[in-house]
Design a protein around this ligand. Structure first.
Ligand code: HBI
Ligand code: FE
Length: 291
């Protein structure tokens, strides 16, 4: 435990809450170029695929202007809309630090951007994944409430040692969530919208299962960190997602402690099935290494 109560001391140059200065002026033109390339590709692909809240947020924050966004600039609009702000961090931060920021309406974003040869796949979230992927949804008041409630829940889950269940909720909503709309399924998960290939795979490919969101079902389902998901959960609306945070999590955690995980490619009785997937992509070995 470091002096200020966080689990681990921050890296050199970072403040106790692991934040650093974005130092926007120090980005090289080539780094802005990478942002513009990634942005242009997604801005063309996402209309008709991403949900309205995401597309509206992308417009409201004017993310295309001039390469990597200056957090100070987008924070003015973001704070006005929902009280959230983006803070720069060196990369992944410890869970307790992460939840503390979310619980206070601060989204920690990596300041680094991927290299031109890493356009399609990188291990650690960079500024494109974090700011293009996550931040537009934070302009939606309902999703903004959900994310803050998630942070507060995370701090409690840490206290109970049940983080792994809650991490699945984050993964299958904030990162890889789909939503039902009158015009069909739409994407709201940051891990999908920030990936060109998965923005197509998640909606169009016959391989993955797509089933209706159920809180305990999600919390019992492991996820992939190294490849496209084998299952996507579909929420009826952002309002319904926010309502899940009002549930009595301690009763749920009790039941979960006794319930086995559900195999990642399995269907369960009671699943509301949108797609019964072939799992052909995963069974064929998924993403060739390095692509
Ligand atoms: N740190 N910067 C950063 N960004 C994340 O998305 C993040 C993190 N630390 C922990 C974490 N996510 C996950 O453990 C959450 O799913 C809980
Ligand atoms: Fe993320």
């Amino acid at each position: 435990m470091s002096a200020d109560g966080f689990s681990a001391a921050p890296p050199p140059g970072a403040r106790p809450d692991w934040t650093i200065d974005q130092d926007w002026a120090s980005y090289a033109p080539a780094e802005h170029e990478v942002w513009m390339t990634l942005y242009a590709r997604q801005a063309e692909l996402l209309p008709g695929r991403a949900c309205d809240a995401f597309l509206n947020g992308m417009q409201a924050l004017d993310l295309h202007r001039g390469g990597i966004p200056d957090f100070e600039r987008i924070n003015q609009e973001l704070q006005r809309l929902t009280g959230w702000s983006v803070v720069a961090v060196p990369g992944l931060v410890p869970d307790d630090v992460f939840f503390e920021h979310l619980a206070n309406r601060r989204f920690p974003a990596g300041r680094f951007i991927r290299k031109p040869h890493e356009l399609d796949y990188l291990q650690e979230p960079d500024v494109f994944h974090d700011v293009f992927g996550h931040v537009p949804m934070l302009t939606d008041p309902i999703f903004a409430d959900y994310m803050q409630a998630y942070g507060q829940g995370g701090l409690k889950a840490l206290g109970r040692g049940q983080l792994h269940n809650l991490a699945r909720l984050y993964w299958y909503t904030v990162e890889f969530g789909l939503m039902e709309t009158p015009k069909g399924l739409r994407i709201y998960g940051a891990g999908i919208v920030s990936s060109h290939a998965e923005s197509i795979f998640a909606l169009d490919d016959p391989s993955p299962n797509r089933i209706g969101f159920d809180l305990e079902r999600v919390m019992r389902t492991p996820y992939r960190i190294d490849d496209f998901q084998q299952i996507y959960f579909v929420i009826p609306s952002l309002k319904a997602l926010r309502e899940t945070t009002l549930a009595d999590f301690s009763a749920i955690y009790e039941r979960l402690a006794a319930a086995p995980d559900i195999a990642i490619d399995a269907m369960e009785p009671g699943d509301r099935i949108f797609t019964c997937g072939t799992q052909a992509y995963a069974n064929a070995g998924g993403r060739p290494a390095g692509r």
